[in-house]
Design a binder for this molecule. Structure first.
Ligand SMILES: Nc1nc2c(ncn2[C@@H]2O[C@H](COP(=O)(O)OP(=O)(O)OP(=O)(O)O)[C@@H](O)[C@H]2O)c(=O)[nH]1
Length: 769
């Protein structure tokens, strides 16, 4: 079945038409057939009546002729006198006059007196009398010698009955032809007896035989018509004698003419049918073409809409299709607009309307064809805190104002995007110089009016110089470099940091260190070493400073400064301090059990020093390990104290109160002043190695250390010199009245077991340096 609408329409049209035509033809042909048959039957009936009438007329003719004969005086005398010649002559003359085929004279008793029929028997004569006596039809047929005769018998009276005279016509071919001439219908006379059947007919010989062969199909009721006896004829039968069915007249109405008419009608109808079909096909094709053209137009229209095109409106289409096309157009517009919305949303930040990270990356890859300018990442400092203070909704408003200010400031950035939270990425081409950036940031951080209040924000900036060479495949690298720079600014508390070559590797290393630190603790990659602290006045070692070491499986030895700084920045320092504290105490307890008493100093970070609970926890730990409070001392850097001096001093005071000794580490390297020392509850000050290591050669260092020792001593604090590497150094420091020395000159930091061996040997030998 073809698929196209047009073909289906044509087929449907033709099917309907064919069905209608076939139905009509069926009705017409069957009505015609019925009508023709009725006409045939009617013809047959009329023919039968005419035929019967014809026989009746002939009967009358016979009667009249016999009446004249029996009234004829000469004839009566001849009969009465028995004049045989006269009788024969009169009978012959009379018979000839009416063309009778048979003439007989019988005595009143039935004896044959004269006859034109040879061999007439007594039985024949009895049959004739019987016919005459039982006369009931308008004619009587006498069967003689396998032939039928229409026969009439009348009495001859003078005045009494003197004889019977009879005459008859043979039912022969002439009669049949006559009847056919009058009725136009073929006729057959059939005479059947026990031994033979005779037929006289107007039909051709072949059909005559067919009739005889089909005798059993003939119904002898006059009104009943038999079909196809013989083939191509309707036949009706008239029984000629009353008593038997031996003599029949069968009328045959040929239906050839009717069949020809019928065939002609059928053929004409077929012709009309064919022509109508052809015409119908042409009309259907034309009509379907007209009907489907706008539909195909619509299909094309829909296809183009489906391909995302905007096709022109369909012209000349019916209103319904026009509505459909318009609906499709509207649908396309809606889809387009929704797609645009989606594209916009996928590229823009919902809150500020700036480009988002995805769009920023795409745009950067396009804009980076010009290899110059600066990529600037701006982050609002402590935005989390600000969120908490002014509330999320107000912080949102602030971000919106911040974003629109970014767009309004000069120099105008080619790309302004919000990467996430409080982080923005800007591309300046052809670059922004330091002064312009300072100015830009100054204007950017002007107070924002939020709910009637003025909110000031501080920002930090990570910057990348694009002239270093990035291409469109390096966008992720480029953004990471900006993040590294920003992170550096965050770590180093700078406002602006610019990415330097190589920082990427450092950044990755640092990320790895930060990531691996917690694992390192649980997998025992960290261990403690102990560096002796020797009292140079007594030449005795009372204790050591414990230092942490990390042997990373991939990076190897990681300097403690590096990972401690990273742990501090990443907020992991407390887990290191906790580990150091626990491990040291465990080691001290072990030594204690071995009868070795000494004081080990641990380093605490700025973060640890803001925990007011720490001194009590440490005290508790010492007690629970049966260690004296003097077993542990703490070292803190100037920097750690300065970060939050008030809180730290309070915590230090607690340490002091419970009897834990406190040392200020790396003295001289920070920006603290001696004035602070006075306020700090410390016992000891450690002069940084940078002043000590060259003390025997560098007069300035000597002078600084001398002055420092004097001042520290003036505050009643012990002095520790770090990084002493030579015996001269010891001598000088001893002369300068330094109390304790820590350095390679005695020992580098040692693992616990090595340290304790060194410790015992040193104190036993007690050899002065
Ligand atoms: N109001 C608001 N806050 C957001 C939005 N997106 C992220 N934030 C918040 O922004 C803060 C960003 O935190 P951080 O990246 O630690 O930023 P910070 O507090 O400025 O920290 P530093 O950058 O180190 O100074 C988090 O508290 C987020 O919940 C936002 O759309 N609206």
């Amino acid at each position: 079945m073809p698929n196209s609408f047009r073909s289906r329409l044509i087929i449907a049209f033709l099917l309907i038409l064919t069905l209608m035509q076939l139905t009509t033809a069926l009705f017409v042909l069957s009505a015609t057939q019925r009508d023709f048959r009725q006409q045939q039957t009617q013809n047959l009936k009329i023919g039968s009546n005419v035929f019967v009438e014809m026989l009746s007329n002939r009967n009358k003719q016979l009667n009249q002729s016999l009446s004249l004969l029996s009234a004829d005086f000469g004839f009566k005398r001849a009969v009465a006198t028995g004049e045989q010649d006269t009788i024969s002559s009169v009978l012959a003359n009379h018979g000839r006059r009416i063309n009778a085929d048979a003439a007989i004279l019988l005595s009143p008793q039935g004896t044959l007196l004269s006859s034109s029929l040879q061999g007439l028997t007594k039985a024949n004569i009895d049959e004739l009398f019987a016919l005459t006596k039982n006369r009931s039809t308008t004619f009587e047929i006498f069967n003689y010698d396998h032939s039928s005769y229409q026969f009439v018998l009348q009495p001859v009276k003078a005045p009494t009955l003197i004889a019977w005279v009879g005459m008859g016509f043979a039912m022969d071919k002439n009669v049949a032809d006559q009847a056919k001439t009058i009725t136009g219908i073929d006729i057959s006379f059939i005479n059947q007896s026990a031994d033979r059947v005779e037929i006289v007919s107007t039909l051709p010989t072949a059909q005559q035989q067919d009739v005889l062969a089909q005798m059993d199909q003939l119904d002898q009721t006059i009104d009943v018509v038999s079909d196809d006896v013989p083939l191509g004829y309707l036949s009706t039968t008239i029984a000629l004698d009353n008593n038997s069915d031996n003599q029949l007249a069968v009328l045959h109405q040929s239906n050839i003419k009717w069949q020809q008419n019928y065939d002609a009608l059928r053929n004409n109808m077929l012709l009309v049918f064919a022509i109508t079909c052809l015409l119908a096909f042409m009309i259907a094709a034309w009509f379907a073409g007209g009907l489907t053209k706008p539909i195909y137009g619509l299909v094309n229209f829909a296809r183009k809409v489906g391909q995302g095109e905007n096709p022109p409106p369909i012209k000349g289409a019916p209103a319904e299709l026009q509505v459909l096309a318009n609906t499709l157009s509207i649908m396309r517009e809606n889809i387009e607009s929704r797609k645009n919305d989606l594209v916009y949303q996928s590229q823009h930040d919902n809150l500020t309307g700036l480009y988002n990270r995805v769009a920023a990356k795409q745009l950067l890859s396009q804009l980076l064809s010009k290899m110059h300018g600066n990529l600037v990442m701006i982050d609002i400092k402590n935005f989390r805190h600000l969120n908490n203070i002014i509330g999320f909704a107000n912080a949102d408003d602030l971000l919106v104002l911040f974003a629109s200010r970014l767009e309004s400031l000069s120099p105008t950035a080619q790309l302004i995007s919000r990467l996430d939270g409080d982080s923005f990425l800007l591309l300046f081409q052809p670059g922004i110089d330091d002064q312009q950036l300072d100015n830009y940031l100054r204007l950017l951080t002007q107070p924002f009016a939020i709910q009637g209040s003025k909110i000031t924000v501080n920002v930090r900036v990570g910057m990348v110089d694009l002239s270093r060479g990035y291409d469109s495949n390096d966008i992720d690298t480029l953004i990471r470099h900006a993040e590294i720079a920003l992170n550096q600014a965050r770590m180093e508390s700078l406002s602006i940091a610019t990415y330097q070559q190589g920082e990427d590797e450092r950044y990755l290393r640092e990320l790895m260190i930060i990531r691996d630190l917690p694992i390192a603790l649980s997998q025992a990659q960290l261990h403690l070493v102990f560096q002796p602290k020797v009292d140079i006045q007594t030449n005795h070692c009372h204790g050591a400073e414990t230092l942490i070491r990390w042997l990373h499986p991939e990076l190897g030895f990681i300097p403690p400064d590096e990972f401690i700084r990273l742990a501090e920045n990443s907020g992991n320092i407390s887990i290191i301090s906790e580990w150091v504290l626990n491990t040291t105490i465990k080691q001290l307890a072990k030594w204690q059990q071995q009868g070795i008493s000494l004081t080990v100093a641990i380093n605490l970070s700025a973060h640890d020093l803001t925990n007011p609970q720490l001194p009590l926890d440490i005290e508790q730990l010492l007690i629970s390990n049966n260690l004296p409070i003097t077993a542990l001392s703490i070292e803190v850097t100037e920097g750690a104290v300065m970060k939050d001096a008030q809180t730290v001093i309070a915590v230090l005071q607690q340490f002091r109160n419970i009897g834990i000794s406190i040392a200020i580490d790396d003295f001289g390297t920070g920006h603290s002043s001696l004035a602070y020392l006075k306020l700090l509850p410390v016992n000891e000050v450690k002069i940084d190695r940078s002043f000590i290591k060259d003390i025997h050669t560098d007069a300035t260092d000597l002078m600084i250390v001398d002055t420092s020792i004097r001042l520290i001593k003036g505050l009643n604090l012990s002095v520790v010199a770090e990084g002493v590497e030579s015996a001269e150094g010891i001598d000088i420091l001893r002369k300068l009245n330094c109390d304790i020395i820590q350095g390679y000159v005695y020992s580098k930091p040692l693992k616990a077991d090595d340290f304790i061996v060194w410790f015992q040997q040193f104190n036993q030998s007690n050899v002065p340096f």
